[in-house]
Design a protein around this ligand. Sequence first.
Ligand code: C2E
Ligand code: MG
Ligand code: MG
Ligand code: MG
Length: 280
Amino acid sequence: HAKEEKQGHFAFYTEGLLQKVSRRLELEKQLRGALERNELQVYYQPKVDAKTNGIVSFEALIRWFNPEMGTVSPVEFIPIAEKASLIQEIGFFVITEAFEKLTQWQRKYSDELSMAINLSPVQFRSGEIVSALESLFLQYELNSRSVEFEITEGLLLSNYCNVEEELKKLESLGVTLTMDDFGTGYSSLSYLRQYKFDSLKIDREFIMDLEARESARKLVSATIAMAHELGMTVVAEGVETEEQKSILVASKCNFLQGWLFSKPLPAAEIDSLLEKESFK
Ligand code: C2E
Ligand code: MG
Ligand code: MG
Ligand code: MG
């Protein structure tokens, strides 16, 4: 009887695992054709200046709507894209869409607007990203200073070849480099020593705790002070409440982003937002 139970347990466990594996395989299969079928779309989330609350920048965030799988979160499909060598193609799509929109918004509203794009170090693998960017900057007549790349610190750990070299090349293009999800990786501080970043993005995990925990407030304000000391600017992600905002403003955080200001929106809705903003 005991054996049966164990087998039952084993079978149950295996089933869960199988479900996971088959979902992963199905997602990978669907993802291969997603670009061609126009299922991928880029949303944009505003980033505001903490002092003026005016929109200064956007973060490009990919969305996937698949007729069979429904809406799939990038948290789930980006890692699959990275392993299945699809991230280069998908990443290039995001970059070109974002460049296109930024060019339009700069012309229509303000050439001070900038764009942040999430970059996976796996995209460095081909060694072609920097030259591809050089041609895109020319093609879109964009100043590289108005483009920012957000790189998740957790991914710096993985030994994708030449991360350091590729980051240096990116830096030499004149783009802004931001360490995303700061504080959640294994050795946030050692990355700061090893790589040169212009800006830190404090992870939502810390922002969420600001109201309830004094330790979080101290940690965040010390992080901001340290970043400033090192010549970096600071962005807070996932700001949802007025109270979080005032704590961050009091701690001299430079830029804020989160649902308090706006959720990520399709480009057309960003246009409506920008129409309402008063630009000189
Ligand atoms: P991330 O770059 O750290 O982006 C922040 C995530 O927090 C986004 O989730 C955003 O929609 C969400 N968010 C923003 N404000 C709030 C808020 O106030 N409250 C809450 N609860 N959430 C908020 P999303 O869009 O699902 O993206 C998840 C992750 O997927 C991103 O984390 C990024 O690592 C990755 N990702 C998204 N688009 C791309 C892309 O084009 N390329 C790459 N390589 N990764 C991407
Ligand atoms: Mg990001
Ligand atoms: Mg982030
Ligand atoms: Mg995050």
